[in-house]
Design a protein around this ligand. Structure first.
Ligand code: FEO
Ligand code: CA
Ligand code: CA
Length: 693
């Protein structure tokens, strides 16, 4: 593969360009915080005795075993070994942490002994009759048969018992029109541009093949599972709000059929083999009416930058018959990747907000539990517990689990005196930012538990309902996942410029939280259905080498950690180590976004080691850690986002910075799925050569 390192140009520590902020999340950071409720930071000194250590009292089960086996018994700061080297984390993918990478470096940077390849790129054809990617003639029809844009959630799954076939699932969160289409094409073909953008959203399911275990995957054109789900695909709606008047429009008098999914961010794969995907910043696609419920979710009156309403009237809520169209987005959707003819479902039982994440786990007694964050400054964290129980091997039954259950919102309590949470980042005297928490039920099956709200109102206007129940305002909950090895739950809080100094609390202790943090939660009794939990801050992100940082890594010496900022997607390896991808490091600490491994258990708990960096102006998404297979996968989202047409900052992954175009090599950045693999067979798996590098 032809690769080229671009010269160090435009190295600044500024934030994204205004246009890209607008496209990514509707410039959410420049709008007033939508949460104007009185909910805030909770102090509960009376409960000071209940701390993370209370987890030691957990009765049997997975989490109890975990806590006792881990460093919860040993909170002493990690120590530098006699030879002066900090003990590195365990796991099956040994590597020496790479140095942080300057943001202008247009390459995937991996550790010594590893190489990478792009499996599939935006525009690659998925079907035998797909149009070849043609930069100058993109339409809705062509894009609907090609891999979508801006990859986010990712999973790579090999077929059971088969090392040579499998598939990937990938969300396509949003579009960067200024990097996808030339200014001339945008001007002369505005309808094609909007239609192509609608079809570039959604998800792709793509069959994979390879020569054998440990080898790089290739995607299969015309694979039996290949499918595009886009901004126009038909979904059914289920759960207590299905059929509600709040979901009816001129096109759907039943309130049960919706075309499209978009701004799909983090997601998950269920134990029964389906895919969950969170509809996140859906607000920015709609022209609002000014209604209070719209404002609470961020929908504003006035034209949108995307102008989807110019080709489809449903995207303007002022148009007759479409006042409820936006209520049909903001859900967790479920898709059966094994059946390309299946109709995907929007699950109203999990509530409507800016869903980030949606990974289902099975509780000890068989209920499906889904954790999901609401990515907005000062909004909340949620979980859902199914009414019915999981049945192993019964996919049809299990696909009904998310249709009915209890929806909770989280309330955090700290256990240290308010005076010790002083905004400096200093650890309180009990040695931890920690405490306990309560899951507040909002809906139980078909009944509302929120006074003044019907069940349909709670599920459609979940933020407004939650506002009345006293949850804790968090620093932008992003990915929210349960560790399959230990049962502990982790929430990435990416940053919060609107965390006022007088509104810090022990769970969100940094004023103007620039770099974000990660919270570890331990459900009481080790039970994911519990209504109580213990929590602690695993780390406060930052660059220890920069002035004014709040970096804290549970006692790990600061000169031993990789700088990290803006944690976003989370994953685990087979040993239960946490892997954290970032979105926003360039604008905060000046380095390219990255994937870091974080050791969770033992004396080096909190150790952050950088594994890779993504190309210029890209975000690292969807990490998948197949350490048993010597591989790590990431989705490279919005490469070159800081540039513009004709002034690109990235040419990833084709690295053809100048025309003419050569074959399928294209001289614009293309979001893509990347596989990083060991070239040394360090896990006992033999490797071939480095796939053309
Ligand atoms: Fe799409 Fe909250 O990241
Ligand atoms: Ca404390
Ligand atoms: Ca995200």
């Amino acid at each position: 593969m032809l690769k080229r390192h671009l010269p160090m140009v435009g190295h600044t520590r500024g934030n994204r360009l205004p246009i890209t902020c607008e496209l990514k999340c509707g410039s959410a950071c420049s709008h007033p915080v939508p949460n104007t409720s009185d909910n805030s930071h909770f102090r509960d000194i009376a409960n000071a005795a209940i701390s993370r250590r209370a987890a030691l009292g957990l009765g049997g089960g997975l989490a109890a075993a975990v806590v006792i086996g881990a460093n919860a018994l040993d909170n002493a700061p990690a120590a530098v070994a006699d030879n002066g080297v900090f003990p590195k984390g365990g796991g099956k993918l040994p590597f020496t942490a790479i140095a942080p990478v300057e943001r202008s470096v247009d390459d995937v940077t991996v550790p010594e002994g590893y190489d990478w390849t792009a499996i599939i790129r935006w525009g690659d054809p998925l079907f035998a009759d797909s149009s070849e990617f043609d930069l100058e003639h993109q339409t809705g029809a062509s894009q609907a048969s090609q891999f979508g844009y801006n990859s986010d959630y990712l999973n790579v799954i090999s077929d059971g018992g088969n090392d040579r076939t499998g598939y990937l699932v990938n969300n396509h969160e949003y579009t960067n029109e200024n990097l996808m289409f030339s200014p001339e094409y945008i001007k002369s073909n505005p309808k094609d541009v909007v239609e192509a953008a609608i079809e570039a959203h959604g998800l792709s399911i793509v069959d994979l093949k390879r020569a054998g275990k440990g080898q790089p995957w290739e995607y299969v054109v015309g694979g039996r599972r290949n499918r595009r789900i886009t901004g126009s695909t038909l979904f059914t709606v289920d759960g207590p709000a299905a059929g509600s008047d709040l979901l009816k429009t001129k096109d759907d008098s039943t309130g049960t059929k919706v075309h499209g999914t978009f701004n799909n961010c983090a997601g998950g794969t269920t134990p029964w083999g389906t895919v969950l995907s969170g509809e996140e910043n859906f607000n920015q696609y709609f022209v609002g009416t000014g209604a209070a419920a719209e404002r609470r979710i961020g929908i504003a009156p006035g034209p949108t930058s995307r102008r989807w309403d110019t080709v489809d009237p449903r995207f303007n809520l002022n148009n007759e018959g479409y006042a409820n169209e936006a209520n049909r987005f903001g859900w967790i959707v479920e898709i059966d990747p094994e059946d390309p003819t299946s109709t995907p479902v929007k699950h109203t039982a999990l509530g409507r907000f800016k869903h980030e994440a949606g990974t289902a786990v099975i509780s000890r007694d068989g209920h499906a539990v889904v954790y999901s964050g609401d990515d907005e400054r000062n909004d909340y964290a949620y979980k859902f517990v199914s009414r019915k129980k999981y049945r192993k091997g019964d996919k049809k039954h299990n696909m009904t689990l998310l249709s009915e259950g209890t929806l909770y919102v989280a309330q955090f309590h700290g256990n240290s005196p308010e005076s010790e949470i002083d905004g400096s980042g200093a650890v309180p005297s009990d040695g931890d930012f920690d405490g306990w928490g309560r899951w507040i039920p909002l809906v139980k099956n078909d009944k509302s538990l929120v006074p003044g709200f019907t069940v349909e109102e709670v599920l459609v206007n979940t933020r407004l309902a939650a506002d009345t129940m006293g949850p804790t305002k968090m620093d932008r909950p992003e990915d929210f996942e349960a560790n399959p090895v230990t049962g502990k739950v982790y929430m990435a809080l990416t940053n919060n410029s609107q965390r006022d100094a007088d509104a810090i609390d022990e769970a969100n202790p940094v004023p103007g939280n620039r770099d974000g943090h990660v919270i570890e939660m331990i459900e009481r009794r080790g039970d994911h259905t519990s209504e109580r939990f213990n929590w602690n801050i695993l780390f406060l992100a930052g660059d220890p080498n920069q002035e004014g940082n709040h970096a804290y890594f549970d006692g790990v010496p600061l000169d031993q950690v990789s700088p990290i900022s803006c944690p976003d997607n989370l994953a685990f390896d087979s040993k239960g180590n946490l892997w954290v991808s970032t979105d926003g490091q360039p604008g905060k600490i000046g380095y390219s976004d990255a994937l870091h491994k974080v050791t969770l258990e033992g004396r080096n708990r909190g150790l952050v080691e950088q594994f890779l960096a993504v190309p210029a102006d890209a975000e690292t998404c969807g990490p998948v850690i197949h350490d048993e297979d010597n591989s790590v996968f990431v989705a490279v989202q919005h490469p070159g986002e800081g540039g513009d047409w004709g002034a690109h900052t990235s040419y990833f992954p084709d690295f053809v910075p100048e025309g003419p175009l050569k074959g399928d090599k294209v001289a614009v950045p293309r979001p893509a799925v990347v596989q990083v693999f060991s070239t040394t067979g360090n896990n006992g798996v033999g490797r071939g050569s480095g796939n053309g590098r």
